[in-house]
Structure formats: C-alpha cells, structure tokens
Design a protein around this ligand. Structure first.
Ligand SMILES: Cc1cc2nc3c(=O)[nH]c(=O)nc-3n(C[C@H](O)[C@H](O)[C@H](O)COP(=O)(O)OP(=O)(O)OC[C@H]3O[C@@H](n4cnc5c(N)ncnc54)[C@H](O)[C@@H]3O)c2cc1C
Length: 303
C-alpha cells in the first residue's frame, strides 16, 4: 500500500486530476487548515496560545519556471514579516526554489530567504526530498550555513548515508531536523523495514544528543512517534539536557493531543503548518505514512 501510494504521488495524470475532486479536497482538510496563508496564520496563533510554535511551509515542489521560485521567495518574505510576534519558522523544498533547473539560482533564492529569516529573528529550514537530491541539498546547506547562522536541514533516518552526513555536518554547528523519511527509496541505499528505520533513528539521536548538550547542535525530532521521543528524552536526561532543549515537531492535524501534552510538559514543540493549493504529492505521502488514512479519504465519498 505504501509503495502504491508513493507511486500515485509521482503520477502526473493523477496529480492533475485528483486535486479537482471534491471528496479529495474535503479529505485533505484534515492536514491543512486551509489553502491560504491566512488560515495557516490563524492556526499558528491558536497554537501559540497553547505553547506550540509554528513552522510554515508553502506546498509546492519541482517547479519548472524560475519565476515561480522568485514568487516563492517573495511570499516567504511576506510570511516572515507577517508573523514576527509568533516566533514562527519556515521550511522550504530546494526543488521549489529551482534546484531542478539551476543550482546557482536555487542557492541565490535560499540565500535571500536565509537573510530574510535572520532579519526577522526567525529560522529557515531546508526540507529533504528524494535521494536524487540529497547530495545537492547538502551542498546547498553547507554553503548557506557558512554564510548564515539561522539555517537548518532535514535528514532522513531511513538512508544508510545519514550517519556519515551527520558526522560530516557537525563541524558547521548545524541545525538538524531528524525525520524518518517520506519517499520511495531502493533497499540499496535505504532501510526498508520500519524496525530498522526506527533503530537508526534512535542511534542517530544517541549520536547527536551529546552535541546538543554541548550547544554545538540544534536538534529537532520531527516525528509523531512519541515512544521514540520518550526514548530520546531518557537518554537526553542522562546527559543533563533540559526539556526545552529537546525540540519536537509534528505535522498539523496529526497527534495534536500529543503536541499539546509535550508542550505542557515543557518540551520545545512546533507544528508544521502546510498550506497552498499544490497539496497533491505532499498529501499522498501523508497517506503513505499511515495507509489507515485511506479509509478516512474513502469516507469522504459518502454523503
Ligand atoms: C515536522 C516534520 C517535518 C518533516 N519533514 C520531512 C522532510 O523534510 N523530508 C522527509 O522525507 N520527510 C519529512 N517528514 C515526514 C517523515 O519523514 C515521516 O514520513 C513522517 O513523519 C511519519 O513518520 P513518523 O516519524 O511520524 O513515525 P511513524 O512510525 O511512521 O509514526 C508514528 C505514529 O504516528 C502516527 N502517524 C504518523 N504519520 C501519520 C499520518 N500521516 N497520519 C496519521 N497518523 C500518523 C501514527 O499513529 C503512527 O503510529 C516530516 C515530518 C514532520 C513531522
């Protein structure tokens, strides 16, 4: 089911038709407060009152026109200006900034965003996409991190290479958002079994938490796996790390009760709020993470 859903995520015919179907539009509402930034801002304000920060992401990937990338940059500049009181952060996909077309232009766009994030005392996160982009995304990160302090990168625990990427990035005093990984990857480069991905996720936490203690790394555990967070926290406690130093991020609409609980307990919690009309591939990856969600979609077909 996971492979089928990830195949659907990449299928151009489905990508151009499904977003028009009313039941799909109704189903996606579970993971998006709305398509416009105003809805995202409203959701962020609501979360802020409950001690949960926001991470805004405008949906869209693999753009084919650099003018679109410029519009994305301009949009985020407005987002940063509009959300200063919220201490919100932003997260962007390199292919939304033009990485498929021109790596130099993608870097220029990223650099502009990093500058805007620094000015707004915010933070810019770089999403990690499929493995064909890993090396180029790391390259962008190394460059932009050298020039700007407020920039972080997502790394995927399902990739065999991630442990060496972590070790190599450490010299930059990086910010790392650790995720399990959302794309279809071959078993030659990625762990296939969930048990193996989970084991590697925990091993990477154990590797990185001492760096958090030394304040050489900002680490965000981007996962809904609260057992994993509890295991990481036990290790962090043994190292003398404070609760607010252990940051957790989850997606809007998923395990909201757990996000609020962790925030009440004093952990640093952020809700990734996605918005925009380019939700198709992103939404299919959310279904692939938990195929039981497909029944929720099917229910939207009922009157
Ligand atoms: C803040 C954030 C940023 C991310 N950024 C990236 C990125 O840049 N690149 C990337 O490849 N991936 C990214 N991801 C996705 C990530 O890789 C996983 O695919 C996703 O988080 C599901 O794995 P999990 O860690 O929640 O653990 P799992 O073990 O899959 O899930 C743990 C539990 O969480 C619940 N759950 C998980 N997913 C869902 C869902 N979709 N719907 C309902 N319940 C669910 C279930 O109860 C499940 O039992 C991001 C995830 C988050 C939270």
């Amino acid at each position: 089911m996971r492979q089928l859903l990830l195949w659907c995520a990449r299928n151009p015919w489905l990508a151009s038709h499904v977003p028009r179907w009313r039941f799909a539009q109704r189903a996606v509402r579970r993971f998006l407060p709305g398509e416009g930034f105003d809805a995202a801002l409203k959701a962020a304000t609501h979360f802020k009152a409950q001690g949960v920060g926001a991470l805004f992401t405008l949906l869209g990937e693999n753009i084919t026109d650099l003018e679109d990338a410029k519009r994305v940059v301009a949009h985020y500049e407005e987002v940063l200006a509009a959300s200063t009181g919220l201490q919100a952060e932003i997260s962007v996909k390199p292919t939304q900034l033009g990485l498929d077309i021109d790596a130099a232009a993608a870097y220029t766009n990223l650099d502009r965003l990093a500058r805007a994030a620094t000015q707004a005392k915010s933070y810019l996160w770089i999403d990690m996409e499929g493995s064909e982009y890993t090396e180029r995304t790391l390259e962008l990160y190394r460059r932009v991190r050298t020039a700007h302090p407020n920039v972080g990168i997502a790394l995927q625990a399902y990739l065999h290479r991630t442990v060496s990427d972590v070790v190599e990035l450490m010299a930059l005093k990086p910010a790392i958002r650790l995720v399990k990984g959302a794309y279809a990857e071959p078993s030659t480069i990625a762990f296939a079994a969930k048990k193996e991905v989970d084991a590697n996720y925990l091993a990477l936490c154990v590797l990185m938490l001492p760096e958090v203690k030394q304040q050489r790394l900002r680490l965000v555990l981007a996962t809904h796996d609260t057992d994993m967070v509890a295991k990481a926290w036990r290790f962090a406690q043994a190292l003398g790390i404070e609760r607010k130093q252990l940051e957790v991020a989850m997606l809007y609409g998923i395990r909201t009760d757990e996000q609020l609980r962790l925030a009440r307990e004093g952990f640093g919690v952020r809700d990734l709020i996605a918005y925009g009309d380019a939700w198709y591939a992103w939404y299919l990856r959310r279904l692939a993470e938990r195929p039981a969600n497909v029944w929720f979609v099917a229910r939207q077909l009922l009157p």
